[in-house]
Structure formats: C-alpha cells, structure tokens
Design a protein around this ligand. Structure first.
Ligand SMILES: [Zn+2]
Length: 449
C-alpha cells in the first residue's frame, strides 16, 4: 500500500463520555461552594455537575478533551487525573482537563472554606472527583469509533449581550466555536462548544449545587443533536460575567430576574441553539493529523495573599513553589488539527483566567497604570493561522487572573482615576504572569522552540 493510500485508510475516530461528579451530600459534608464569599455551605443539589470528555484519534493515539463543572482544578489534581486515566487507557496520547470555573460547585481550590485561611476542600469529594474525571476520559477513549467532523463559528452581537465586563477596557472574546463529531451513520458522538463567560449566573447567595448556565447548554444541545455535549470555557478574565448583563426572557419579552435558574437557563439554551443551528449547517471538514504540545512554564509568584494561603495549608499541599522559592510551575499548550499540513483548528491552552485583550487584542493604556511602559503582549488568537480558533481557559491548572502588564494596577492612583481599586489583581499570581504565559503560548503557535 502506498503512503497516500495508507493515509486515506487511517480515518479519524471519535468517542465521548459523561459522568456526573455531583457530591453526595450525605457522604461529603459539609461542601463549601467555591467562588464569591467564604462559608457558603451547599444545602442541596439543583442539577448534576459533570465531567464530559471528547476523545479524538488521528491514528497516532487519542487526544482527550475534558470539561469539568468545577471552580478550578490545580496542576497537581490534573496530574493525578492523567495518571489514573492512563492506568485505565494507556493509549491516551494527550489529556486536557479544563475546569469550567463553575461558581456553584464544590470548593476544589481551598479558598472558600469556613473562614479565611481555612481550606474549603473536602478531601473525600476531591479524591472521588479526580477518579471520576479519569474514568470519563478513559470511557471516551473506549468508545472511539470512525467519525467525521464539522466545525462552525458564530459571531453575533447577541453573544456579547450575555456578558458584562466590569473593568475597562470593555473587550469580550464572545465568539462561539463548535466542533461536532458524527459516526458513519450520521449520529452525533459529541458536540464540543468553546465560549467565554463565567458560570456564575446564579449569583453569590445561591446554596444549591448546579452547573449554572452550562446545565442548560448541555441539555439543549443533547436534545437537539444527540450525543454528549462538552463545554470548554475561554478567556473569562477581567470580568467576563453574566452577573451585570440584562437578559431578555423570550417567554415574557421582559428582562429575566437576576440570580435565578431561569436567568441561567435562558443563556444556556440560547448559546446551545446558536451552536446547534450553526454546526448543523456546517460542511464536513477533513482532519488527518492532530498535534498536541505542552510546555512547563515558571511564573513568578508575587501575590502575598496567595503565599499566606499556601503557608496556611489552604491548598492542601497543591501549588508548591519551585525550588527557587519564587516561581509557580504551570503548563501551557497547543492542540492543532491539520488537513494535508494546513491548520484547520487551533486550540490555545491557558492555565487560568485570561483577560480577553490577551486573546483578541485591545490592550489599553490608562493613566494610573503601574507599568505604563510595559510592552504589549501579542493577542493569542491573532497569532493563530487556522480558520477556527479556540482559547481554553483554566486548561490543566488554575492560576487566577492573567492581566496585560500594561493594565496592571495595584498602586494608586487607580486606572481612569477611579475612586477605588479595580478588581482583578487580588486574584492574580502577579504582573509577570501574562508576559511569560502569552509568550510561551505564542511560541508554541509559531513553532519557536
Ligand atoms: Zn473568575
């Protein structure tokens, strides 16, 4: 057989799995809910939390993409998931685990316990969660079957209307990217959606565990297309949130009441409908190679609160400092789908909450910035060359906000002469995170060693 014929014979395969990762509140108690303030104890379950995985194999071993309804998973947790998944499915070539940053899920980072510097992590739940994510990844691999793919991108003003950016400049990375895998009989195996918005539509007072707006995104996508819906969140930093958005209820024509399940549902259903409409009409795309690369990156840890939390055991041994005592190890990555050597889809993997200026551009210099002369980081999606471009936030780690250094503002006067400090820096490892991380991601995209 010629090489060309062999290439044609090796078709793409896809598999998918979803497993609930909702705590059993009788066994896992108390569960502190992550995000917003401390000591928010889960009083019940509204809908399931999930680990949802899509496995794709170009013949060189499965690349598995998992989204998890969790506030954040640290690198050490992802490493444990990878080890367990490979024990179950040794053929896994690459495993991405991205928490969706769900603010209505258990505290898996430790920051939202009963009091400051008291960890909110429930050890029993945490261990079980990691096993379940690994199992979902392995099950996706075990269900691999010949597949064809479709890709679609949706840009619409409506997608911006679900986002409220509370910090200047107002920049959204609101593009919706959809990847569907179908089997040879046209049945959907999975639909993967990449969009950027904080899953916190239920607000800070809710005490019922929920996947937030992704719950309705999953159910509507699966109802319309079948298969498994997988969501990967994007550049959610600075602040990409539904909290301040005015969302019209199509049933009443009036704004939906804030902090309600209906508010979350409208967003999830609408995003799912836009994704399903677009991908249903999309032509099949040929993919003959999936390349997955990642790099270790060391980011200077400047945030004193972070160090205090670490010293107090809030992270329960996760997030150790590098042996130099200064740096935090994290990962960046790139997954590139090609056909006949041409990039078709690129996915940048970023280990935290990237400000969208660093994804789509728009860094703005304001009086009051701490580093007025800091060079501008390049925009990650603009550095890509594929027609379809995803940015995955909280990919394989969660290091907090990643802000353009030129917009960093920890010292008064505040940006735009604001009367008080802007929100963001307090939840960032430091001003040097963006230059280091963006450079490494862009080097991966450009093939710089
Ligand atoms: Zn956040």
């Amino acid at each position: 057989m010629s090489l060309a014929a062999l290439g044609l014979a090796l078709s793409l395969a896809a598999g998918a799995a979803r497993l609930a990762v909702t705590p059993d509140l009788a066994r896992h108690f108390p569960i502190y809910i992550g995000g917003f303030g401390q000591n928010r104890i889960a009083a019940g379950v509204h809908d399931e939390l999930w680990a949802r995985c899509l496995a794709l194999d170009d013949g060189w071993g499965p690349v598995v993409l998992c989204g998890v309804d969790s506030i954040g998973l640290f690198l050490e947790d992802v490493e444990a998931i990878r080890t367990q998944a490979k024990r179950r499915a040794p053929q896994i070539r690459y495993l991405l685990v991205a928490a969706l940053h769900d603010h209505q899920a258990p505290d898996t980072m430790g920051l939202w316990g009963p009091a400051p510097l008291v960890s909110g992590i429930h050890d029993g739940y945490q261990a079980w969660l990691l096993e379940r994510v690994a199992l979902a990844a392995a099950q996706a691999v075990q269900s691999l079957r010949p597949a064809r793919l479709q890709l679609a991108a949706v840009h619409r003003p409506e997608l911006h209307s679900f986002l409220h950016d509370t910090r200047p400049p107002v920049v959204h990375d609101a593009e919706l990217i959809v990847l569907r895998a179908q089997d040879r009989r046209g049945r959907t195996i999975a639909t993967l959606v990449n969009w950027a918005n904080h899953p916190e539509a239920l607000g800070s007072r809710n005490t019922l565990l929920t996947a937030d707006y992704p719950a309705s995104l999953y159910s509507r996508l699966e109802e319309r297309l079948g298969g498994v819906a997988v969501f990967l969140n994007g550049a959610v930093g600075g602040m990409q949130s539904p909290l301040g958005a005015t969302v019209t209820d199509p049933h009443t024509g009036k704004p939906a009441e804030k902090d309600t399940f209906r508010f979350a549902q409208i967003i999830g259903h609408r995003v799912a409908d836009l994704a399903a409409d677009a991908v249903s009409k999309a032509p099949p795309v040929a993919i003959d190679r999936i390349e997955a690369r990642e790099r270790e990156v060391f980011v200077p840890l400047a945030n004193k609160l972070y160090r205090a939390a670490s010293a107090a055991g809030v992270f329960k041994g996760r997030k150790p400092l590098h042996t130099n005592g200064q740096d935090l190890k994290t990962l960046v990555g790139l997954i590139r789908f090609r056909n006949q050597n041409q990039p078709v889809l690129e996915m940048a993997l970023v280990p935290g909450e990237l400000y969208p200026e660093l994804s789509v551009g728009g860094i703005t210099r304001y009086p009051g910035a701490d580093f007025p002369d800091a060079p501008e980081e390049p925009a990650i999606k603009k550095a890509m060359s594929a027609p379809f471009r995803m940015l995955v936030g909280l990919a394989n780690d969660e290091i907090g906000y990643i802000l353009p250094r030129a917009e960093w503002d920890e010292q008064p006067p505040w940006l735009q002469n604001a009367p008080k400090r802007w929100y963001g820096e307090v939840n960032s490892v430091g001003s040097e995170a963006a230059p280091v991380i963006v450079k490494q991601v862009v080097d991966l995209i450009r093939g710089v060693e």
